[in-house]
Design a protein around this ligand. Sequence first.
Ligand code: HEM
Ligand SMILES: N=C(Nc1cccc(CNC[C@@H]2CCCN2)c1)c1cccs1
Length: 360
Amino acid sequence: MTKLFTEAKNFIEKCYKELGKDEDIPNRLGEIREEIEVTGTYEHTFHELEIGAKMAWRNSNKCIGRLFWDTLHVKDARHLHDSDKIFKALNHHLLEASNGGKIRPTITIFAPRGRGGKDKLRIWNHQLIRYAGYETEDGVIGDPMSIPFTKVCEQLGWRGERSHFDILPHVIQVYENEPVWQEVPSECVLEVDLVHPEVAGIQDLGLKWYALPAISDMKLEIGGIEYTAAPFNGWYMGTEIGARNFADADRYNMLPKIASIIGLDTSRNSNLWKDRALVELNRSVLYSFQQAGVSIVDHHTAAEQFKKFEKKEKVSGRELTGRWSWLIPPVSPATTHIFHKRYKDELVTPNYFHQEYPYS
Ligand code: HEM
Ligand SMILES: N=C(Nc1cccc(CNC[C@@H]2CCCN2)c1)c1cccs1
């Protein structure tokens, strides 16, 4: 019994039982065994791919957004091998998922790793939309986290304008070919300018952020098949932008500037100026996205939704797994129920996995 067939068997049994199609299991397993014997691998039906991608989301222990796992919109791009068609599919994903602001959780699944472990496609971007970062003698411009990948893009011939918000190009590698890059068309990028409901000076900071968080560097594994290019998006939880991307000292480091605009005394910790700046920055993110009609969730609502997910899983007879340290939000964690309970951080497949960087 090959390792691949064992993994396929585990998935097919779990998947067909969940779909109430138990009687189809023997026949399907016979087909897969035959296909593995002849070709060394096997191909999922679209329905198996769709339920597999949804189950992988449901099994993502670090994700607070799992209540909506069954609404994932799955797009099958396994037949695309030409870089131009792949770039088009990425841009189509951005447009379809953004949906003018009413974001649709979507995944586009490209061709899986072949037998012998040869990747058919890798997307070098961490996220389909992200800002560039540059180290200059006058300090850092843009997102410090993007400095290494921005260097790779500029080595490949791309040149950024060196603003704090340059959208990085899509970089893909088909088989063993050289990676190729393409600018993201501006009509595919929805952005929100930052304003504050009460403090007028905030908009003078000229801050903005992109609407669509779309992870493009993780591997989706279903029944032993590795989809090394399967970009997926949801919508943001406000704290990701307001408490990490804009707030971390080694990211955009905005808290001192926010504090001075609000008029806070930043000379001593004990007046909690950092905490007050953090709350106002997060209020500004949520307010700006809501005013712009772009989907976003606050961390209290997200926690309540996660509680509903916990209940639904129990009713479905499934053991809930989670990673507490990622599930608690970075702002006011103890005001959520998550903080006050424990979670089993066990791996259940199908799932999404980090994979080694395709560039050094
Ligand atoms: C629909 C709205 C969604 C929200 C609000 C949400 C929220 C989050 C947040 C806040 C994190 C932690 C990210 C961080 O701290 O860097 C996370 C992690 C994660 N989410 Fe979700 N999520 C959503 C949808 C999805 C979808 C559609 C998928 C996949 C199909 C997904 C898969 C994951 C995975 C795999 C991680 C862990 C990433 C890692 O290990 O680096 N999520 N989610
Ligand atoms: N809202 C989202 N946030 C999210 C989900 C998974 C992974 C990430 C990125 N995590 C790594 C970043 C970079 C350093 C700390 N956070 C963001 C979603 C992204 C894609 C689907 S949902």
